[in-house]
Write a protein that binds this ligand. Structure first.
Ligand SMILES: Cc1cc2nc3c(=O)[nH]c(=O)nc-3n(C[C@H](O)[C@H](O)[C@H](O)COP(=O)(O)OP(=O)(O)OC[C@H]3O[C@@H](n4cnc5c(N)ncnc54)[C@H](O)[C@@H]3O)c2cc1C
Length: 547
């Protein structure tokens, strides 16, 4: 399908000829998406092709593009840094203009006194973190890493990361948004909307928390967020991160007022107990189960290989045979990373003592090898900057996340054995990477101050091998069944599956959810804000006849 020529010419008038294209080669570069092969017909690596890509440079240009979509009955799909396939068009039959926000890449303001920054959609976490650290501040970097858009996570999708326990979740840290609605109105939320500046996204002034921010956002289906303010957090470290060492295992020296630990526990009950203790005692700057993404059987060998400039992935098999690695693998089978940051030396000493007491009382321990200087400095680099996302794909080039339902540690530990058994079963065919069943990773807390966690099962598959892709898809189907048959809601695999499902299949699931009326309310919200239906189905609704 193609865009009407006069519509294309109008796009050129809005953004300039050089910032719009319908060249199939460019369009396909937007359609080519990680994860697509798991849900697209014939395991295609491509999502549907947009009819044009347009790159606006200002809110007014975004507004004009959105109005044009309304005029021509074309869908509008924004993309910021593009880490998820659902930033692409979803259906072949929907003519969709992809709104690429990469020209809106400015940090507009850093308000030191009131501790917030105002950014455009293509500002990435690493860019803002580097600027605010010079001033003694930090930001929550989401688990997807430092090259993701702040606006995308804060306004349009999720936002937890390793630092969320101390710094809050981006969906909570957003202090105001500028929103081009699906009809092309400009709404400024919260205090900004009442002319009082960027300090509270929920008021005085309009809030979108209940209609399209929520926990998972509207994922590009409810207009375009063109700016947001994000909360800054105290940074008790140096004004610049100065990595040392050799590619790829860069290391970040640990200041005197920091401690970097990998902590292990004997069983999942202790895992939950220790999480509660950390919440209750309010220690820890970064709290994450990170390294286990490589799988409990393989993780220690992988990370020790990674930081050794003389080793490659090919050495891992041999390493796994060494008695000391076998011992280490058992020692840290259930482990996580914790970085403490003291606001003074007395503070860090106190936090250290509290941690030792917690370990003594719960029966946990520090993993000696992973707390030694080389590994601790690598851990510090990894988790302070979150620049290692390529490691998610380390085994065979593709991975999908299953499970990840959020809840209290006691609730989450309930699904751990089911998730482990499920992956063992699905990987037994040899079509998925066999890494020990437990490749569960996730934030110590998805809420500032603790209370809620979640574990994502990292399932590695080979995107170039049709049988491996099929096994990945089957694993997602199985994980939904495993969850539901054990009394848990489905996890993030269902969000992936829905990208490839027909509307009717999605409605069937929504009807079976705990409160289907929510999707009827959302339909009414959509009808009010998007009467011409330019947003796609990432904003979940049930049609009237299903009510
Ligand atoms: C490997 C990996 C790990 C991840 N881990 C985490 C994690 O730990 N925590 C977490 O929060 N998320 C995680 N995510 C998902 C992540 O939230 C998003 O990827 C990120 O928040 C947004 O950046 P992005 O580049 O993905 O945005 P995009 O892919 O550009 O967009 C994400 C969605 O938001 C919409 N969108 C983007 N920009 C705008 C805008 N300006 N206005 C309106 N809608 C917009 C898009 O249409 C799309 O639906 C992970 C993703 C990957 C690939």
């Amino acid at each position: 399908m193609a865009l009407a020529r006069d519509a294309y010419r109008k796009l050129e008038e809005i953004v300039g000829k050089e910032h719009v294209t319908d060249d199939p080669a460019f369009l396909d570069s937007y359609a080519f998406q990680w994860l697509a092969e798991l849900v697209r017909p014939k395991q295609s690596h491509f999502m549907p092709r947009p009819v044009a890509v347009v790159m606006p440079a200002s809110t007014e240009e975004v507004q004009a593009v959105v109005k044009l979509c309304n005029e021509y009955g074309v869908k509008a799909k924004p993309i910021s840094t593009g880490w998820y396939h659902w930033a692409a068009p979803l259906k072949e039959e929907d003519d969709t203009i992809q709104i690429d926000l990469r020209r809106m890449n400015r940090i507009l303001e850093i308000d030191e006194k009131n501790m917030f920054a105002v950014v455009e959609p293509y500002v990435i976490c690493a860019q803002l973190q580097a600027e605010v650290m010079k001033l003694g501040y930090n930001i929550n970097i989401i688990g997807a890493g430092s090259s993701t858009s702040i606006v995308a996570s804060a306004c349009a999708y999720a936002g937890p990361g390793p630092s969320t326990f101390w710094m809050g979740n981006n969906s909570d840290n957003v202090l105001g948004m500028e929103w081009v609605t699906p009809t092309g109105e400009i709404i400024r939320t919260g205090s900004l909307g009442s002319g009082s500046g960027w300090f509270c996204s929920e008021g005085p002034g309009p809030s979108v928390r209940g209609i399209c921010r929520g926990a998972l956002g509207s994922r590009g289906a409810m207009g375009v967020y063109t700016k947001c303010a994000i909360k800054l957090i105290h940074w008790p470290g140096p004004p610049e991160l100065e990595p040392q060492g050799t590619l790829p295992g860069y290391r970040l020296p640990i200041p005197d007022n920091f401690r970097v630990y990998t902590i292990a526990v004997p069983d999942w009950d202790t895992w939950a107990d220790i999480y509660y203790e950390i919440y209750d005692n309010e220690i820890g700057y970064i709290f994450h189960r990170q390294f286990n993404l490589a799988g409990a059987d393989l993780a220690p060998a992988l990370w020790l290989t990674y930081i050794d400039p003389d080793k490659t992935l090919g050495d891992i098999e041999e390493l796994l045979e060494k008695p000391e690695i076998k011992e280490l693998t058992e020692e840290m089978r259930i482990s996580f990373q914790l970085i403490l940051a003291g606001r003074s030396m007395r503070d860090i000493e106190l936090q250290d003592k509290i941690l030792d007491r917690i370990l003594e009382e719960t029966g946990g321990w520090k993993v000696k090898r992973f707390c030694e200087q080389d590994m601790a400095e690598f851990t510090n680099m990894y988790l302070q900057r979150m620049g290692h996302k390529h490691m998610n794909f380390v085994w065979v080039g593709g991975y999908l996340g299953s499970w990840m339902q959020s809840g209290t540690p006691d609730w989450v530990k309930g699904y751990v054995p089911i998730a482990i058994k499920g992956l063992e079963r699905d990987a037994a065919s040899g079509k998925l990477v066999q890494c020990g069943g437990d490749a569960l990773m996730g934030c110590g807390s998805q809420l500032g101050g603790g209370g809620m966690t979640g574990l994502e099962q990292f399932v590695s598959y080979d995107p170039a091998d049709p049988e491996s892709v099929a096994a990945g898809t089957q694993h997602m189907v199985d994980a939904v069944k495993d969850a539901v048959s054990n009394g848990f809601p489905p996890g993030k695999e269902l969000l992936y599956l829905q990208v490839g499902q027909k509307d009717e299949e999605i409605w069937e699931t929504l009807e079976k959810s705990a409160q289907p009326m929510v999707y009827h309310f959302q339909r009414k919200i959509k009808e009010a804000f998007d009467p011409n239906n330019i947003g796609d189905r990432m904003y979940s609704i049930l049609p009237e006849e299903k009510g």
